[in-house]
Write a protein that binds this ligand. Structure first.
Ligand SMILES: NC(=O)c1ccc[n+]([C@@H]2O[C@H](COP(=O)([O-])OP(=O)(O)OC[C@H]3O[C@@H](n4cnc5c(N)ncnc54)[C@H](O)[C@@H]3O)[C@@H](O)[C@H]2O)c1
Length: 307
């Protein structure tokens, strides 16, 4: 697994070990860290390797989950050239590894491939509306190019690919300072600071709890070879930023106020997955409600945020 020491990766490592697999976790620790996989280190079936996926990797594996890539704007805009390289060179290197070892390979793609969509909710057949030259392009276009590479390796070299388009996911071990809305609100609420709302708070997002996402990721990897995606995975229940802020305040018991700031450039106004394909093909549907998931996430942040 690449990016295995990150937020989603660490949960996936845990799940695969629990299923009895051997896991090689490859990460350059840019946004992830050893702390996320610390409890897994004593497991003899777990191995942690510091490696940057923009360089080739020679190991023996039978399945590859390619998650390496900073996922939040603050981190992926820190070094945009490296972000594109991670997506594009990383995909080429991992696809090369899959080709040599004949491994199945799953790409953690993103709802950002739809850009600021004119179609709502977004089915996989929608091609998106992405700015190729903006501040978010290093991530959005990098991920789009990675999808292209996956499909071309499939057509040209018959690789067994799986492309999953992940919509906003949250849960324990999210980075506390990455500017993503769920972690932002929780950290601000726990510190008693104002909750920052961009725009008027009427823009909507859908949030998937990490356990649900991992269920789908493993099910997609284990699906028959004909299932290649792209496949949306996320929670289709939509909330406005204002609703999310109020729920976080209620669950933390915080007295924080709300502070309104201008919308950042290219921020999509609305995003919600059409998950019909995942439900039909994998029999998958999210199970965890926003209140349940937020309560678990808040429990985690209470242990790491000084109040
Ligand atoms: N969390 C979400 O809501 C979400 C949504 C859509 C897509 N995704 C995708 O899922 C994947 C995991 O996201 P996450 O939320 O866990 O983010 P994360 O930042 O916590 O994890 C990414 C991991 O990749 C590692 N990494 C970055 N560049 C690397 C490189 N060049 N070589 C090796 N490792 C590298 C980081 O150190 C980190 O451990 C990413 O590819 C992301 O684009 C996540």
């Amino acid at each position: 697994m690449t990016g295995g020491a990150g937020f989603l990766g660490s949960h996936l490592c845990e799940r695969l070990l629990a299923q009895g697999h051997e896991v090689l976790c490859v990460d350059n620790f840019f946004t992830g860290g050893k702390r996320n996989v610390l409890p897994l280190l004593p497991n003899p079936r777990f191995e942690l390797m510091r490696h940057d996926v923009t360089f080739p990797l020679y190991v023996e594996v039978d399945a590859i989950y390619n998650l390496a890539c900073p996922a939040s704007p603050i981190h992926y805009q820190h070094d945009p050239v490296q972000t594109t390289k991670t997506s594009v060179h990383g995909a080429i290197n991992m696809l090369g590894l899959a080709k040599r070892t004949k491994a199945r390979i799953l790409q953690a793609s993103t709802s950002e491939v739809y850009g600021d969509p004119e179609v709502h909710p977004q089915p996989e057949s929608y091609w998106g509306r992405v700015n190729p030259v903006g501040l978010r392009s290093c991530y959005d276009e990098g991920k789009r190019c990675a999808e292209t590479l996956f499909f071309d390796y499939h057509r040209q070299h018959r690789l067994r690919i799986k492309v999953m388009r992940i919509f906003n996911t949250y849960g324990p071990r999210m980075h506390p300072n990455d500017g993503r809305v769920v972690s932002n609100f929780i950290v601000q609420a726990l510190r008693g600071e104002p909750l920052t709302i961009y725009g008027d708070g009427s823009q909507t997002r859908s949030f998937c709890y990490v356990d649900d996402l991992i269920d789908a990721m493993v099910a997609l990897m284990d699906s028959e070879d004909a299932v290649i995606g792209p496949m949306n995975v996320g929670n289709p229940t939509e909330f406005t930023m204002l609703e999310l802020a109020r729920t976080v305040l209620a669950l933390t018991g915080s007295r924080s106020t709300l502070e309104f700031r201008p919308l950042p450039s290219d921020d999509p106004k609305q995003r919600r997955p059409d998950i019909a394909l995942a439900t039909e093909t994998l029999g998958w549907q999210p199970q965890v409600t926003l209140e349940e998931g937020l309560a678990k996430t808040i429990g985690y942040f209470r242990t790491i945020v000084s109040q």
